[in-house]
Design a binder for this molecule. Sequence first.
Ligand SMILES: [Zn+2]
Ligand SMILES: [Zn+2]
Length: 207
Amino acid sequence: MYERILRIQPLEFKGERLDEVGKRIVAIFHPLFTGYSINDKLQLSDTEAGLITERNSAHETIVYSPSLPKLFLDYIKPLLVITSLGVINNNRTSVYGGSDKFYEVDFISAYKSYGVLNSDHSIDAIVSVAIHELGHRFGLEHHKWIGRYTSKQKYCPMTTEHIWDKAEGRITSSEYLSLQDSASFCRGCTKKVERLKKEIRRHNVLV
Ligand SMILES: [Zn+2]
Ligand SMILES: [Zn+2]
């Protein structure tokens, strides 16, 4: 029986309800993921010294560089790391996360995604960022909105305009969440993901 479990790794994660996150991810991607499990909580101090951090104002920040996914080399994959820390890239820009196909590690910053911990919105925000990063894992790319709504008449998680609008403060977090679908992709992206799912069902393997 084909099985592919997504391991969710909380890293300095201050929220709850990761079960709901896992369930919603599997609902979208099954059978690309046939299930999920939640690893034990991890603190920065538990990780290798290579995890580059800094403190800015009141918040600890991780630098998302190509070496970051490598730190999880010994973990069972595929892995989705969820952190309440800030994440910046090498250009010092704050990011929502990153996806590394080679190491099969996706990384998302819950801090960047929402303002209020433990709220319903925060779960929506985590899920929508998670499915964006996992979408990359399965070959989806960013696209402009150009009328590509989901079936709920919302923005596809791979749409970029509203992400920039939020990142640059033109819309609030709750406006962003009300615009974006956190349960499905647009038709074009769905087609690509469905093609992969079909291959798996046919061959019972991941291609
Ligand atoms: Zn992206
Ligand atoms: Zn799309």
